[in-house]
Design a protein around this ligand. Structure first.
Ligand code: ADP
Ligand code: MG
Length: 735
């Protein structure tokens, strides 16, 4: 008898499972070590107790059964190209059933007489006989036969679930129970199974209770990995030195407050006080302010920037698009009045200046702006993320404000914090309400303040779904309604999902905001090909000659040259245009109080939070706003339910929660894991809220006492599983 080699979670797989299987796992699933394989969990289990007999099948039911292949014949298909595999299967009681597979030549090698497998699919009828058409199937081996549950793994065509199951069992047979990364007292307090036991049970459960208990324990590993990573990051960023910016009595902030034409809301005041205190400290502020559209975040940001300027430093405000950057610069100048006119006639004594910096500015103007930033002449610099991140040297950058950056990830924020000796204070502003679990993960590096009230004088927005499938005549009423708004001296937006024109590509500016939105086009694979989404460049001329003839129409999208975008935006702001036909470039930040109407075409192509953002563009003045969600999706579809949800509530938090439910959560958590294979397999932002919250408290406590995780090598390894070893090393280095 040969001695078996000692294996642990880091051991390579090849000596245990052989070269062919090891190569396939590596190439197909990026699984290279024992640890990676045992963390490749089954995606479901087939419960033998719930299998159906062929004799008892009924038409239309979804059946799962175990049977043996009796016959498998490859045939030409009549109607299409390719071969069909006609199969007859037989269960233990001897009953037979026909199955057909369309991709015959591809599955032929897996399905041949003698193979036993789990078949599952919908029972149909063909030639007056019951049959399963293109069922899912999982071949079985002898060891499967005696187990109460058959584990079904995420697999590929090149390595089947059954092969993976075999490899996992081989590995588990040789693996001694690994040392448990979770401290015993935590396991005891939460009633968690030990790691070794949980791993065995998740792969080879004896009962339903087994895999539930196993999953519960393994979810904790992931939650702790994530929360520790964030706690380390918080610790690393907040322990860097920063320049303190004490509030100066009688300074710009005080003067600004005196000139403000309105009184701050209680929320603005409270959040302002928090920020002012943060800025006085010798470590950087890392704060997110969440407040619905129109809640008045700009004033908060401006007061913070003035505090920084009062301390003799500079502040940068970053917007996601050039349109927004230009608009921000204008509204900051407006709000500041003489306080923002340094160097100009009529400026206040202590005045500062607002410098705009965008890629499309002329070379000369750009050079001047860059110089002003470098010399310190410019107190406040406004620009787009890309520009400021890459090109600008500041004399003394004290604070970075990132506006409306809800698709910005943890890493991008880290890049903005820079590597200089002093870290800038960071203030992030978003209008997207953030569900609790998202706040604890994606924004886990930030403290969060919320503005819950809107300033008074806001008008309600009435949202209505216009279902063209049932009410085609309403389309004409939509445009009549727009004309009515204009007749009353107001303005309106018409939003389309696409720019149109040559490429059919998405809007480059809008892109910054919505490319990752999985909701867009989510219905496109529902079988029947849908027409392409409506496009600005096609809709605008039609409206101009048709339904909105005689009105002053403008067109705005990200493909316009930047100066043209700016011209259009200004014309709309000044009321020289009645209707703006646009893409989602207007989603964020655009503030024209006189606009009261919004028509969103193909509304079903947008995400819920996005629709909420869009409609926030109307009703910003004293007149009530109306938002019409036009769709041709039929009633009783999910698409329509989503639109009804938007029409039914103005509660952004509720919509954000629904949005999270509807989108694949991987996309949210994926933002944490830059490009590497996901270490998060079980953790769900919806189902594991309590575990995530507890893990956050626990992790913060551990990091406070042991910021280098010296006493917790197992926990350090868990962090590595979630964010990758390099990144983990980076946090630990920064400490
Ligand atoms: P958002 O939070 O969407 O960025 P803004 O800061 O653009 O909101 O504010 C929206 C509008 O409300 C602006 O015109 C701003 O001047 C105004 N505003 C801000 N705070 C108040 C307040 N306390 N009272 C009245 N109006 C306010
Ligand atoms: Mg804003």
């Amino acid at each position: 008898m040969s001695a078996e080699p000692d294996i642990d979670l880091l051991s390579p797989l090849q000596p245990i499972i052989g070269k062919r299987a090891a190569d396939a796992l590596s190439a197909q699933l990026e699984i290279n070590t024992v640890g990676e394989l045992v963390r490749h969990y089954p995606r479901k289990y087939v419960d033998r107790g719930k299998l159906t007999d062929i004799a008892g099948l009924e038409i239309g039911e979804h059946a799962t059964l175990v049977a043996q292949v009796e016959k498998a014949v490859l045939r030409d298909m009549r109607a299409r190209r390719g071969k069909l595999l006609a199969v007859v299967i037989r269960d233990e009681k001897g009953a037979q059933l026909d199955c057909t597979f369309f991709n015959g030549h591809k599955v032929q090698h897996l399905i041949h007489p003698g193979v036993r497998a789990v078949f599952s699919g919908k029972v149909g009828v063909f030639n007056r006989k019951l049959q399963l058409t293109h069922p899912q199937f999982e071949p079985l081996d002898e060891t499967d036969e005696i187990r109460p549950f058959i584990s079904v793994y995420p697999a590929t065509a090149k390595i089947t679930s059954q092969e993976i199951a075999r490899c996992v069992r081989q590995v588990l047979d040789m693996l001694d129970d690994p040392s448990d990364p979770l401290p015993a007292e935590l396991r005891r307090a939460e009633g968690l199974a030990e790691l070794g036991r949980a791993l065995r049970r998740i792969h080879v459960p004896e009962s339903e209770a087994d895999f539930h208990a196993a999953r519960n324990r393994l979810v904790w590993d992931e939650a702790i990995g994530v929360q520790l990573a964030l706690a380390l990051r918080r610790h690393a960023t907040s322990s860097r030195p920063a320049a303190p910016c004490p509030l100066r009595p009688g300074g710009l902030v005080a003067e600004f407050d005196e000139r403000l034409p309105f009184t701050l809301t209680e929320g603005q005041r409270a959040v302002g006080t928090e920020i002012a205190a943060d800025l006085e400290r010798t470590h950087p502020m890392n704060r997110l302010v969440q407040g619905d559209v129109g809640a008045g975040k700009t004033v908060i940001a401006l007061r913070a920037m003035l505090q920084v300027v009062d301390a003799g430093r500079q502040a940068a405000l970053l917007a996601p698009t050039e349109v927004l950057a230009a608009q921000h610069a204008r509204s900051l100048r407006n709000l500041l009045g003489p306080l923002g006119q340094a160097g100009e006639l009529g400026a206040a004594e202590r005045a500062t200046s607002v410098t705009l910096l965008t890629g499309s500015m002329g070379t000369k103007a750009k050079r001047k702006a860059l110089l002003d930033a470098q010399s310190g002449e410019a107190g406040i610099v406004v620009g787009t993320h890309a520009l400021i991140q890459d090109h600008v040297g500041f004399a003394d950058l004290g604070m970075v404000v990132v506006d409306e950056q809800h698709r910005f990830g943890v890493e991008q924020r880290d890049a903005l914090r820079g590597r200089g000796e002093l870290a800038p204070h960071m203030l992030v502003m978003t209008a997207t309400p953030i569900p609790r679990t998202v706040a604890m993960t994606v924004y886990g590096d930030l403290e969060i303040s919320a503005l819950r009230e809107l300033p008074g004088g806001r008008s309600p927005i009435a949202t209505t779904v216009v279902p063209l499938a049932e009410k085609p005549s309403w389309f004409e009423r939509v445009w009549r309604r727009v004309r009515e708004e204009v007749a009353q001296g107001h303005q309106a937006y018409v939003v389309c999902p696409r720019v149109g024109g040559d490429t059919g590509k998405a809007d480059p500016d809008a892109d910054l905001v919505d490319t990752d939105d999985p909701d867009i086009g989510a219905d496109s694979d529902e079988g029947t090909a849908r027409r392409p989404p409506l496009a600005v460049l096609e809709v605008a001329p039609k409206l101009a000659e048709g339904a909105l003839e005689g009105l002053r129409l403008g067109v705005l999208h990200g493909k316009l040259p930047p100066d043209e975008k700016d011209t259009v935006m200004r014309a709309f702001e000044r009321g020289e245009l009645d209707v703006l036909v646009a893409t989602t470039v207007i989603e964020v930040g655009v503030d024209v109080p006189n606009s009261t109407g919004m028509v969103i075409l193909d509304a079903d192509r947008f995400g819920l939070s996005q629709l909420h953002q869009l409609r926030g563009r109307v009703g910003r003045g004293s007149a009530p706003g109306v938002c019409l969600l036009v769709t041709d999706m039929p009633a009783a579809t999910t698409a329509r339910e989503r639109l009804d949800a938007v029409a039914g509530t103005t509660d952004g938090f509720e919509l954000a929660r629904l949005d999270l439910e509807l989108r694949r959560e991987g996309d949210v958590l994926g933002a944490m894991q830059s490009g590497r294979r996901s270490g998060l397999k079980l953790l769900s932002l919806l189902r594991h809220e309590e575990i995530i919250a507890k893990a956050q408290v626990y992790s913060a406590d551990i990091v406070a006492h042991d910021p280098e995780l010296r006493g917790h090598p197992g926990l350090a390894a868990l962090v590595g599983e979630v964010v990758g070893d390099e990144e983990r090393a980076a946090y630990l280095d920064k400490v």
